[in-house]
Design a protein around this ligand. Sequence first.
Ligand code: T1G
Length: 727
Amino acid sequence: MLEREFSAMDDLVQLTRDKDKDKDVAIITINNPPVNALSPSVVQGIARAIEQVSKDDAIKAVVLIGAGRTFIAGADIKEFGKITSGKAQRGAGLLPLLLQIEDVRKPVVVAIHGSAFGGGLELAMAGHYRVAVPNAQLGQPEVKLGIIPGAGGTQRLPRLVGVAKAVEMCAEGNPITAQEALKLGLVDQLIEGDLLAGAIAFSRDIAAKPLRKTRERNERVRNEKEKLGVPEQNASIFAAAREKAHTKQRGMMSPLAAIDVVEAATRLSFEEGCQLEQKLFGECLFSDQSKALIHAFFGEREVAKIPDIPKETALLPVDSVAVVGAGTMGGGIAMVFANAGFPVLLKEADQPALDRGLATIQKNYQSSVKRGRLTQQFVDERLQLIKPTLSYNDFDKVDMAIEAVFEGMALKKEIFGQLDRVCRPGAILASNTSTLDIDEIASATSRPDAVIGTHFFSPANIMRLLEIVRGKASSKEVIATCMQLSKKLAKVGVLVGNCRGFVGNRMFGPYRREAQFLVEEGASIESVDKALFDFGMAMGPMATGDLAGLDVGWRIRKEYRHLEKRGVRQPFAEDRLCELGRYGQKTGAGWYKYDENRRPIPDPEVNEMVRGWARAAGIAQRNISSEEIVERCIYALVNEGARILEEGIAGRAVDIDIIYLNGYGFPAYRGGPMWYADTVGLDKVYRRISEFHQQHGELWEPAPLLKRLAEEGKTFAALNRESAVMA
Ligand code: T1G
């Protein structure tokens, strides 16, 4: 029977006692919703509780557990900003607490449900035993915030799970399941059903056993080598981890720091290892990379909150969907909904097209099974959910219809007219258009309030971004429903306004324009791509064009040629390549040539052709530095982003950043184009853009918002706060 002893720090930490003849068990419950973050008050509260139980001889064991939906999801990230250089040892507050827990003279059993992440797992490892519910997750995700574990995690983890797993968990930051943790020895028992009752019973069972201080552990694994391994084998583990970090986490400092510190655990004493951890933790925490990654962490949560759409807005039921068009995008979108458990009607205009679409879906699923990303059973179940059709017959039963056909306004309006006739009242009518006017599409229906844009990114079953485009009539219920739905689809939904290219593609236009201009002015195709790749972009702009298909932009440019301003320079090289049938990967040649595995091969012939065309166009050729290449391309993004903010097409600068991090391969450790501009300094960015304006004309006219913020010494991030205040 649980009796409350005391609660500390405004109920953030409660101490109760489970009485039993002679074996009282104390229960320390952390109650800091929503994720029991280890704020300074929580740390102090736990320290007081530990002190209390240490003094009470009637207590034979201690259970530490989290209230609510999860155990401890880590240190309070919101505190990091407040850490001044003087308090860089923030983890210290936690470090002494963990030593205090480890040194308690009675077993401390940590009971885990939900997520034991970061400082939460570090605290759990300071306990003498850990039990968990089967669906719990355990991990050290700090590197994803540009930092490393800062409370002894890099020293205790290898002592429990071995060197190879510890370096993987700390350097890559991905969680493991409770089952895997049990196999590794990180968790001592899985508890089915009531976690607290199970933990109390477990603590009584082990109450008489010798205490194991994790910091002193280094057991042998299956009578082979000890957990901390031997130098020769460890050397290859760390070498492989560094190589992987250089490719998979290219440009990031925290994974390499994490590897260094786990390596130190195999060479130094626990105390010395913790000192090095503290040093590198501080260096990472005060890096621009960490600030950018923490911006991205909170940004991803902030974009889900729409200032003028109240939290209590009614959500429309969406339990089944229909997708019109089984091409690359339609097929991918059908997989997204099926993967999330939704029955999907997949319609095509004719059988051959439908068969091609289904074949592509099956091929994509099989490659995921081959890569071990999905199980065959999962795939079989999902394929069951996709129902192919050539008619609109059952469209009256779906809650949402998504059109994903060719980018032609006439065809889209015809389909929306059809959807308006066949779909039930209250159904959501969405278009996957990537550039076309949502209001014009909606005008083909009698219910524009039900029409919205849901712009998925290719490959739709992989890319996390979902640009949700509000039309002038889109209802708040439809918008709120799509924002919520994006979470169910494991997508990052960002709400944007309706204009040509919305936010992502509209900004990408000037970015790729400048890349082409730079090639026309003398830079080689490879040097432009290398400069942006080294900057951190997932892929250079020329190679990106080849991947997407150069003809996509070419057709749109031809459709909008009449809108181009006379006398304003337009890039021509890509159009010329398309006229030669060089559409990119899909035709085996574009800016690059491609081998049978679609690997890009530089093609000197193209550089020569462009030189010729440029000279014929009277464009002076010059050597161009990679610094200028980066500035021209990235500042083009920023300038257009500022215009988009002025027009309210994006509500906050963070919306733009999250779009670019999740849809355009912008390096997360730079925070997104708008955050990056703030990091460089808007005065410097504005000055440089003004110089480009002088040199290259009106395309580079600085956005008035950028000019204002630069002159007022403000940032785009401040604008977020201002708009949040104004909302
Ligand atoms: N600190 C502060 N706030 C946090 C937080 C944290 N650690 N984790 C989540 N939140 C907020 C979040 O912003 C949101 O707020 C709300 O909680 C719900 O989160 C010493 C230094 C646990 C898997 O990196 O991965 O420990 O938007 O929407 O989808 O070595 O949150 O409602 O106002 O994400 O159910 C390491 C971060 C910290 C884990 C739950 N820990 N969190 O996901 O909810 S560094 C992490 C998550 C550290 C030590 C170091 C996820 C989650 P709001 P949510 P969810």
